[in-house]
Design a protein around this ligand. Structure first.
Ligand SMILES: Cc1cc2nc3c(=O)[nH]c(=O)nc-3n(C[C@H](O)[C@H](O)[C@H](O)COP(=O)(O)OP(=O)(O)OC[C@H]3O[C@@H](n4cnc5c(N)ncnc54)[C@H](O)[C@@H]3O)c2cc1C
Length: 382
């Protein structure tokens, strides 16, 4: 793996860093308090091509490699995980699925809009009764002539109330993963209702929602991929999605490092900056090692994808390590800030709240451990 960024990758990283410093960081605390990011951010992300990274230009995307994508997500995660998550879901889970599995008509209907920020996507897999065991989902897809009728409930759906299209996974056949099919459902479809979930620990600026589908009618042309192929599609999409969550976590950890080093140099106790106390340096060193190690695991996954190599286990490793590292880094940063870390005048408290969900969604830490363990042993311990 080449650890040096190309001039092009460095330029993308710089563009993202400047964008975040100008358009995201100054507003992140206010968006968090009012539980909504400014919707105008979507168009701004689209203008810079950040909602179309890695999607081929002929489909309306902005192209680029997966390392560039991770560099952008790291910068967004450092600015505001709510914004990073909007991109990870709309681009990483929805647009990329359409690019990989869509028909020419589906690609031309959705990709130019999703990649420009004219539309947002959401990924509706989780249900009240099926989270980690996603293959147990019960939302039904029933044939009605040339159409399908979708009925069921989805929960914890990122971008749920703001998305224009939902990638919905529903049971069209028998039990188990082979009975699941994916559909592209316009969110203004009759019978689809959405309710925002409030009171989240973190990611408060992000719209997380419940979706209820009550006989939502979609034509067969809205089916994404093969009938019965929905679960395989979800798994392959989530494997790349784990890399993007991990990249966002690197951004959180880097943000914690910068904030904690800066504060430790200014805050004086016992007659010297706290940076001069060995135990404070220990906290800073732990954050630095977590950040660097998480970044290398993320870059490894991007490198494997760009070389066309298998990457799913490495993506689980990156997601597991980076999410736990971001929580540790944020917790250590709060410690460096002392009581000031516990109030929202400084960013580290928000980093801790935002990092916490990363060990839960797109497969909990336990699920990543089971995936890695199965790859190592060949034994399924689920
Ligand atoms: C803010 C937020 C945004 C989200 N966004 C989306 C989204 O956009 N789309 C979407 O579809 N979903 C989304 N989710 C849902 C998320 O993916 C699920 O919450 C996650 O998969 C875990 O499912 P669960 O909450 O039902 O927990 P459960 O599956 O009930 O797990 C509870 C606990 O049991 C453990 N556990 C479960 N099975 C095993 C096992 N076999 N062995 C060991 N331990 C096990 C888990 O690790 C966890 O600790 C989001 C969630 C949140 C909180």
């Amino acid at each position: 793996m080449n650890l040096e960024l190309s001039a092009e990758q460095e330029a993308v990283r710089q563009l993202a860093a400047e964008f975040v410093a100008r358009e995201v960081t100054p507003h992140a605390a206010a968006w968090d308090r009012r539980e909504a990011v400014d919707p105008a951010i979507v168009g701004k992300l689209g203008e810079l091509g950040f909602l179309g990274l890695t999607v081929p230009e002929e489909h309306g995307g902005s192209g680029g490699d997966h390392l560039s994508y991770c560099l952008v997500l790291e910068e967004l995660g450092r600015g505001d995980s709510a914004v990073r998550g909007m991109v990870s879901v709309s681009l990483g889970l929805v647009a990329k699925s359409i690019a990989a599995y869509g028909t020419p008509a589906q690609r031309s209907e959705w990709l130019p809009r999703l990649c420009s920020g004219a539309a947002l996507g959401c990924f509706a897999l989780t249900e009240p009764g099926s989270g980690s065991d996603a293959a147990a989902l019960t939302t039904r897809a029933t044939r009605d002539g040339a159409d399908w009728l979708l009925t069921g409930a989805k929960v914890f759906i990122t971008n749920g109330t703001t998305a224009d299209v939902a990638l919905v996974f529903a049971r069209s056949g028998g039990p188990g993963h082979r009975g699941i099919t994916a559909f592209l459902v316009p969110t203004d479809s009759p019978g689809l209702t959405r309710r925002e979930i409030h009171g989240k620990l973190g990611l408060r600026g992000q719209a997380t929602a419940e979706l209820v589908l009550d006989g939502v009618r979609v034509p067969d042309s809205a089916r994404l991929g093969e009938e019965g192929g929905g679960f395989r599609l979800a798994l392959s999409t989530l494997a790349k999605g784990r890399m993007s969550v991990a990249a966002g976590c690197v951004g959180i950890a880097q943000g914690c490092l910068d904030a904690a080093v800066g504060y430790a140099g200014q805050r004086t106790q016992f007659g010297k900056p706290i940076a001069g106390h060995q135990l404070v340096q220990q906290l800073l060193a732990e954050i630095a090692v977590d950040t660097a190690a998480a970044r290398m695991l993320v870059w490894q996954v991007a490198d494997l994808i760009d070389r066309g190599e298998p990457f799913a286990t490495e993506a689980s490793m990156a997601k597991l390590f980076a999410s736990e590292a971001a929580v540790r880094a944020a917790n250590n940063a709060v410690q460096v800030f002392g009581g000031y870390g516990y109030i929202d005048e400084y960013p580290v408290g928000k980093y801790l709240r935002d990092a916490r969900v990363a060990t839960l969604y797109e497969g909990t830490s336990q699920i990543q451990q089971l995936l890695i363990g199965r790859a190592l042993t060949g034994v399924n311990a689920f």
